[in-house]
Design a protein around this ligand. Structure first.
Ligand SMILES: NC(=O)c1ccc[n+]([C@@H]2O[C@H](COP(=O)([O-])OP(=O)(O)OC[C@H]3O[C@@H](n4cnc5c(N)ncnc54)[C@H](O)[C@@H]3O)[C@@H](O)[C@H]2O)c1
Length: 339
C-alpha cells in the first residue's frame, strides 16, 4: 500500500474501546470508516448515522470484505482470537485490543498467520504510546538514571467497570495488570524470571465472581532489577496511573496530571483540579498515537513495535502472577506453560 493511501477500516465492537478507536478514525488523516459491526445492531446503526461507513451483516463481512484494508477488533476479550484470526486469514492487517488470545497457543497462531502473510498485527498496549511514559522509557533506555535498580508502576482504574464487563474480562491480571507488565518490561528491556503476587477483593460483586480488585505484584529480573506493580479497580479519586524508575544516577517519574494547573490555596491548604476521570481522557494522546502507528504499519512505513515475543511474554507473566496469587507463593516464569 502506498505511503499516502487512504486506509478503509472495519471497526468491530462499538463499546468503550470501540469509541476511542472510532474517535481516532474520525480525527486522523488518511483513514476512513469502512464497515462497522456489533451484535447490538442499534449501536451500529447509531454509529453509521453519525459517522458514516456501512453496517457489516455478519462476522465474515466484517473481517473479510474486499472494500476494507484493515480490521480493528474492540469486542469483549473472549472473542478477540476469533475475529483477529478470521481477519488475518482474509489477508487484513489487524489492530486488536488486549488480550489477543486466551492462551499462548492462540497468540502464536495469530502471529504465525500474520508473519506468513506479511500482515501487521498490533496488540493494543497503548501505554507505550503515552507521551509521559514514553519519555520515562526513553530516559531509562538512554542511561539518564544510570543502571536500573527499581521500577514502580501504579494503576487504579475508575470507575469500577460493570459486572457484565468484569464477568468476561478474563480477570484483573489479564485485563489490567497486563498493561503494567508490558510497560515495566518495555522500560526494563529484560524479562522477569520470578513473580510474586497477592490479591484481595473488597468489592462484593467482584468477590462473587471470584475475581480480585486489588493486587500487588513483585517482579525479579535476571540482572537483579526489581519491580513492583500495584493495581486497583477502585480509584475513587480518579484514574491514577504513575510510573517511577530508580537508577544508580537518579530517578525518572511520570505523575498524574490534574485537568488544569490552577491551584486554590486557603487556610486549610491547597487544592487543584481532580486527575483524569478515566482511560478515555488519560490515554487520549496514546490511543491517537497508537492508531497512527497502526496506519504507518499498514502502509509499510514502520515495523510493529509490540512484538510477538512481547505479547506472549505479557500473557505468560499475567498467568504467572495469577497463579502466584492463587497459590500464595513465588512463581518462576519457567513454570508457566510456554505454549
Ligand atoms: N486498551 C485499553 O485501554 C482498553 C480500555 C477498555 C477496554 N479495552 C478492551 O477492549 C475490549 C472491549 O472492552 P469495552 O470496554 O469496549 O467493552 P464494552 O462492553 O463497552 O463494549 C463491547 C462491545 O462489543 C459488542 N459485542 C459483544 N459481543 C460481540 C460479538 N461477539 N461480536 C461483535 N460485537 C460484540 C457489545 O455489544 C459492545 O458494543 C476488551 O477486550 C477490553 O479488554 C481496552
Amino acid at each position: 500500500m502506498a505511503a499516502d493511501s487512504n486506509v478503509r477500516v472495519s471497526l468491530i465492537g462499538l463499546g468503550r474501546a470501540g469509541g476511542f478507536h472510532l474517535a481516532s478514525i474520525r480525527a486522523l488523516p488518511g483513514v476512513s470508516l469502512g464497515h462497522v459491526f456489533d451484535v447490538d445492531r442499534a449501536r451500529a446503526e447509531a454509529v453509521v448515522a453519525e459517522h458514516g461507513g456501512r453496517i457489516a451483516e455478519d462476522m465474515k463481512q466484517a473481517t473479510a470484505s474486499a472494500d476494507v484494508d484493515a480490521v480493528v477488533v474492540a469486542t469483549p476479550t473472549q472473542t478477540h482470537y476469533e475475529y483477529a484470526s478470521a481477519a488475518l486469514d482474509a489477508g487484513k492487517p489487524v489492530l486488536c485490543e488486549k488480550p489477543l488470545g486466551t492462551d499462548v497457543g492462540q497468540i502464536d497462531h495469530c502471529f504465525a498467520r500474520a508473519r506468513e502473510r506479511g500482515l501487521p498485527l498490533l496488540v493494543a498496549f497503548q501505554r507505550r504510546f503515552d507521551p509521559s511514559f514514553a519519555e520515562v522509557a526513553a530516559a531509562a533506555h538512554a542511561g539518564r538514571v544510570g543502571a536500573l535498580q527499581f521500577i514502580r508502576s501504579v494503576s487504579r482504574d475508575n470507575p469500577v467497570p460493570s459486572i457484565d464487563y468484569l464477568r468476561t474480562s478474563r480477570g484483573i491480571f489479564h485485563d489490567c495488570v497486563v498493561h503494567d507488565l508490558d510497560l515495566v518490561c518495555h522500560v526494563a528491556g529484560e524479562v522477569p524470571e520470578q513473580v510474586f503476587a497477592f490479591g484481595s477483593n473488597f468489592v462484593p460483586a467482584i468477590r462473587e465472581i471470584d475475581d480480585l480488585d486489588n493486587v500487588v505484584i513483585a517482579l525479579r529480573f535476571p540482572s537483579g532489577l526489581l519491580a513492583s506493580i500495584d493495581v486497583s479497580r477502585q480509584g475513587t479519586h480518579g484514574y491514577d496511573q504513575r510510573l517511577e524508575v530508580l537508577g544508580t544516577e537518579g530517578m525518572v517519574q511520570a505523575e498524574n496530571r490534574p485537568r488544569t494547573t490552577a491551584v486554590l490555596s486557603s487556610r486549610e491548604g491547597a487544592t487543584h483540579a481532580p486527575i483524569d476521570h478515566s482511560f478515555p481522557t488519560r490515554y487520549f494522546e496514546a490511543y491517537r498515537a497508537e492508531f497512527a502507528c497502526f496506519l504507518d504499519c499498514v502502509r509499510g512505513a514502520r515495523e510493529v513495535p509490540v512484538t510477538h515475543a512481547d505479547v506472549r511474554q505479557n500473557h505468560r507473566l499475567a498467568d504467572a502472577a495469577e497463579r502466584s496469587a492463587r497459590e500464595g507463593r513465588p512463581v518462576r516464569l519457567a513454570e508457566v506453560d510456554p505454549g
